[in-house]
Design a protein around this ligand. Structure first.
Ligand SMILES: [Zn+2]
Ligand SMILES: [Zn+2]
Length: 392
């Protein structure tokens, strides 16, 4: 895990920053890195989450005080203080989006999305459903990034009625029951409750003469084609959000989002653990005994590494920084080279003679593991014998 950045540093503020300054700084970052503006960009998503987490803490008087006093430790595991936000593991995207909406999105329809993203916000009852697309990619694509053309079935706008759901020549009327808001207020005793309008099912519109081709839904079955940019560093389970590429909205509503879930195929050379890579490297028997240099494949090409004399199979040599690049920009993982001493298979003639000679020369001095193993075995057998004698 990379070191967590200072919350003031994240927002580009000094310690004495006022409430308005904090909100302004957060707004600037959040709008810049918002997932709706950076579809499929996990680096931006991380920046968005990081800024949101900083904002959640610094905008809350109590949390800010604790943070000023104890730093990130104030919200460590077991402190019981994080309350989700500012927790040790940071915030997840859903939570970050809620915070963002809570800070700027509310207030009579004029949400930040209208201003910045041209969308209708998230409260749209005609909004199309989100879609999930499971995408299998190669190790190389995950590590270096790539582009993929995706085609998938989706409900799209009906051509006949241009998505309105109303037959040609007839119009769409505003629902008189809810005045087009899609909601009605019900009085129950002292309580007022908002409910979906029963007349228009929340659409705010009434279609007297529905389009025959789509039966008034404004949709038909169709295909969507997109080019997905896969950012470098993704791994199995990474989720790329592509705004507006899910199911089409009903009767002209905004479309849902597409979520692409990444599955990375296993690779023949590299095994991945987060940002670290493991490679099993066959090393000649003689190099393992005498020592020497060998070539290792890396993400940048090749590296030469020293094999010390007397290297055993299973020994791991670390190449610092030669792992996968952190998509959030926090440096690189490492490449772990696991030595696999290769024992020659077919030996005949001169080589066989040489090996037989080697066999004669080997003794306990140059096989210390074998000697120590024998000693431990001897002790075990003695104890076993003694206890069995006792029982008989
Ligand atoms: Zn209505
Ligand atoms: Zn239609």
């Amino acid at each position: 895990m990379a070191e967590k950045r200072d919350f003031y540093e994240v927002l580009g503020l000094s310690k004495g920053a006022g409430k308005d300054e904090i909100k302004k700084a957060y707004r600037k970052l959040a709008v810049k890195f918002h997932p709706d503006k950076n579809p499929g960009d996990t680096a931006a998503e991380e920046k968005f989450k990081e800024a949101t987490e900083a904002y959640e803490v610094l905008s809350d008087e109590q949390k800010r005080q604790r943070y000023d006093q104890f730093g990130h430790a104030a919200f460590g595991p077991g402190s019981g203080a994080g309350g989700g936000a500012g927790g040790f593991g940071g915030v997840d995207l859903e939570e970050a989006l809620r915070t963002f909406m809570g800070a700027f999105g509310s207030g009579g329809g004029g949400s930040i999305f209208d201003n910045f993203f041209g969308g209708g916000g998230r409260e749209d009852s005609n909004r199309g459903s989100d879609l999930r697309y499971d995408l299998e990619i190669d190790f190389e694509e995950a590590v270096f990034g790539s582009r993929r053309d995706l085609t998938f079935n989706v409900n799209v706008e009906c051509d006949t009625c241009d998505g309105t759901g109303a037959a040609k020549g007839s119009g769409v009327e505003t629902c008189s029951t809810c005045q087009g808001t899609g909601q009605v207020v019900m009085q129950q005793g002292f309580f007022q409750m908002r409910q979906t309008c029963p007349e228009c099912q929340g659409t705010g519109k009434i279609i007297r003469n529905p389009c025959k081709d789509c039966r008034g839904t404004g949709q038909r079955k169709g295909k969507r084609q997109i080019t997905l940019r896969i950012p470098p560093g993704v791994e199995t389970g990474s989720r790329l959000r592509v705004a507006g590429k899910g199911e089409g909205g009903l009767q002209g509503g905004t479309p849902g989002d597409l979520y692409v879930i990444i599955h990375v195929r296993e690779h023949d050379l590299f095994e991945r653990h987060d940002l670290d890579l493991i490679v099993d490297l066959p090393v000649p028997l003689t190099t393992a005994i005498l020592g020497g240099e060998v070539e290792v494949p890396t993400l940048e090409g090749h590296s030469r590494i020293k094999i010390p004399s007397g290297t055993q199979s299973g020994k791991v040599l670390r190449l610092k920084g030669k792992g996968v690049k952190d998509p959030r920009g926090y440096g690189n993982g490492d490449l772990h080279v696991r030595v696999q001493v290769e024992i020659p298979g077919k030996v005949h003639g001169k080589l066989k003679k040489a090996v037989e000679q080697l066999e004669k020369e080997l003794d306990g001095e140059n096989q210390p593991q074998r000697r120590s193993f024998r000693n431990q075995d001897k002790k075990f057998q003695e104890k076993r014998q003694a206890l069995q004698d006792l029982e008989s």
